[in-house]
Design a protein around this ligand. Structure first.
Ligand SMILES: Nc1nc2c(ncn2[C@@H]2O[C@H](COP(=O)(O)OP(=O)(O)OP(=O)(O)O)[C@@H](O)[C@H]2O)c(=O)[nH]1
Length: 550
């Protein structure tokens, strides 16, 4: 299938089809037009030949008649002795130059003598005598087997008349059919054409096929395997010349035949037969020549087309490969087909365009790289800012401890974990004692500083798993995971006692009160916180600087 997609294959197939159709049409046209024309010409020629040879044969017969008349008119013949007559007859045979094989003289009493000295009495019923010669100058018999010869002959007969024009005898010459045939043998229309003769009875008297001579009557030709001949034979009875066509089923060939009547041989017909195929031989050879020339031309053109197609398609294929390679590899320079035709121009345009596209793509890539770097750095910055925001949102700005909102969220997670693993978790609420006095006595900034140092102390003194939150004002909350009240109490007490040793300059000393509660099962954070806060309140109420467990 791929073959039919390329230009060369398409052109070759199209051209071949066109040439085949063209040649077939040409051959058919030539055959049809030439066939009829040639047949017409050949028939005319053949008819002409038939007539001409009929005339030649006629002249031959006339010559024989004249020769016989010269002898029959000689006055001395009437009084001659038989031996002298034989001499005349011999001379007649001699001067015929082989055309006569015998000559006979018959007197009024039907005594016959011939040139060979033979004699007999004529008894043949068809022998003309007496008044039968009235107004008759000559007579030619149908072929007969002579009493003197072993070959069939025709007898050319002239009367001998006395001064009163009455018949007193007959002079005749025996002309063998072979002589007549030899006169026809030169007749040729084509290589295989031949002339032949039929007598007044329709019997073939001369034919190249010796077996047919004297043995075939045209009346029965149809039955002998020559359908169509009877029609021609019928024509010979009414026309002086003509033509027709018949089949020779013995050799399975169509024959054409022309015929002509011979004046001096009343009823006789000269035929010229030709094989139809031979007539059309010229057409066939002409068609063959046309075919050969066309095939040669087609081959030459196909070669040219193939070369031409290659010249067009090869650069296109090369260009396609170059463009593909150029698209696949941007750093590759597109090879230019350096011709001044359309392909060359296309190649240059492709090269320029792909170059521009590659340049543009490179530029775009750099731009994308630059933009990506920018976006990445901005993302990093944003991430940092987010972290800072997160920090700001979740941490107390003064102490850096978790604010109340963040702590609440963290508590929920820790509570859920403790419940899942069935672990204790304790909440401590811690409040600086008399903090208001510090503010009042040393100023708000010293108060802030104290808050920061307390936050730092709480962070350092507790485990890092603990979550410390500035709940508000001077109040802190510590979430201690995996620890019950006892453990946490000790830790807070340790921090509280340690508090008295710390230097909070300019503040002399500092104490805090704390309340704590370990999470009970099913307890909510507010309830839990409330218990711890209540414990703190209790610690405050009981004089401060102490820790109360709920
Ligand atoms: N410097 C400073 N003072 C604060 C801050 N937040 C709250 N305070 C002050 O802390 C003081 C708390 O006073 P109180 O609630 O009466 O408690 P106290 O004075 O500590 O008394 P007791 O808790 O009962 O021992 C108030 O005077 C507030 O103004 C803060 O961020 N910085």
């Amino acid at each position: 299938m791929n073959k039919f997609r390329n230009i060369k294959a398409k052109v070759v197939v199209l051209f071949s089809v066109v040439m085949i159709v063209f040649t077939a049409t040409l051959l058919l046209t030539v055959y049809v037009s030439e066939r009829d024309r040639l047949l017409e010409i050949e028939l005319e020629k053949s008819t002409e030949i038939s007539i001409t040879h009929a005339k030649i044969l006629n002249q031959e017969i006339s010559k024989y008649i004249t020769m016989l008349k010269m002898l029959s008119g000689a006055p001395q013949l009437k009084d001659e002795s038989p031996s002298n007559i034989v001499q005349h007859l011999i001379r007649l045979v001699d001067i015929s130059d082989g055309d006569f094989i015998n000559a006979v003289y018959v007197d009024s009493d039907l005594n016959l003598i011939d040139a060979k000295g033979g004699s007999t009495k004529v008894t043949h019923p068809l022998f003309l005598k007496g008044d039968q010669w009235l107004n008759k100058e000559f007579n030619i018999t149908v072929p007969i087997m002579s009493a003197f010869e072993d070959a069939p002959v025709i007898m050319v007969v002239v009367p001998i008349r006395n001064l009163d024009k009455n018949w007193i005898g007959t002079i005749a010459a025996a002309v063998p059919l072979g002589v007549i045939s030899s006169k026809l043998s030169s007749i040729k229309l084509t290589k295989g054409s031949f002339a032949w003769l039929a007598d007044a009875n329709g019997v073939i008297v001369s034919h190249p096929n010796k077996n047919a001579v004297m043995s075939v009557n045209l009346e029965v030709a149809e039955d002998l395997g020559f359908p169509g001949f009877y029609k021609i034979f019928e024509q010979t009875k009414t026309q002086n010349s003509g033509f027709g066509q018949y089949q020779d089923t013995n050799i399975n060939q169509t024959k054409i035949v022309t015929f002509s009547k011979i004046e001096n041989l009343p009823g006789w017909t000269l035929f010229v037969t030709t094989n139809e195929s031979e007539i059309f031989q010229d057409i066939y050879s002409m068609l063959y020549d046309i075919l050969i020339i066309t095939v040669v031309l087609v081959l030459v053109f196909l070669l040219l087309i193939s070369r031409l197609s290659n010249r067009i398609t090869q650069p296109i294929i090369k260009l396609t490969e170059e463009v593909k390679a150029g698209v696949d590899n941007r750093h590759r320079t597109l090879g230019i087909i350096d011709t001044d035709d359309e392909i060359g121009q296309l190649s240059r345009v492709f090269s320029e365009t792909i170059g521009k596209i590659n340049l543009h793509t490179n530029h775009l890539e750099k731009l994308v790289e630059q933009r990506t770097a920018e976006v990445t750095s901005r993302n990093i910055m944003l991430s940092k800012q987010n972290d800072q925001l997160e920090q700001l949102a979740s941490k107390d700005s003064l102490t850096g401890l978790y604010n109340r909102r963040a702590f609440t969220t963290l508590v929920e997670k820790e509570v859920s974990r403790a419940r899942r693993h069935n672990l204790p978790v304790t909440l401590v609420v811690l409040d600086i004692d008399h903090f208001k006095k510090i503010n009042d006595q040393f100023g708000h900034s010293v108060g802030d500083d104290v808050l920061c140092r307390i936050a730092k102390e709480l962070t350092q003194a507790t485990r890092k798993e603990n979550t410390i939150c500035r709940w508000g004002g001077e109040e802190f909350v510590i979430l201690v995971p995996e620890a019950n009240s006892d453990l946490v109490f000790q830790q807070i007490e340790h921090i509280r006692s340690n508090m008295l040793t710390l230097n909070f300059d300019p503040v002399d000393s500092l104490t805090f009160s704390a309340g704590m509660a370990t999470l009970l099962s099913g307890e909510s954070f507010p309830q839990w916180f409330h218990r711890a806060d209540k414990a703190l309140y209790e610690a405050k109420s009981c004089g401060r600087n102490r820790t109360v467990v709920s």
